[in-house]
Design a protein around this ligand. Sequence first.
Ligand code: FEO
Length: 168
Amino acid sequence: MLSKKMEKAFNDQIKWEYFSAYLYLSLSAYFTNTGLPGFANWMDVQFQEEQFHARRMFDYVNEKGGRVTLQAIDAPQNTWKSPLAAFEFALNHEYAVTKRINDLMTLAQKENDHASAIFLQWFVSEQVEEEASFGDTVNKLKLVGDGGGLFLLDRELATRVFVQPTVA
Ligand code: FEO
């Protein structure tokens, strides 16, 4: 069983995960339109990752006998002034997600909900990877600037494929 507070917090986070997916799909469209298909591919993979995050929470709420209530998803931003600005925007979004996951964990601890705290542990670790992965590309973009390096980085990002994350 899930407390009403935890149920609401999970429902809010499911919306956030789907909003994240929507944002990365919007970034994919931006990169396609900018002539950077490798960057677009990277964001397409991230779109799939976020849907996986949302679905995990969706399944958990159901498994705990809670009630999933899907909420309206806001329209994401759809243009940025440069590839670097776009990736910095995404990295900042991930920082906000990390804060939300930490707040969820704190709530689970306050509610003495050990099962939810253990479940959320995976998301805490996942956010470390998420921040590192976005931060790595931000750093590379700062190094290459607007020159030919952008073309090489595009080829590198084209190789990313979606691998369903391992769940302990
Ligand atoms: Fe679901 Fe990128 O955090």
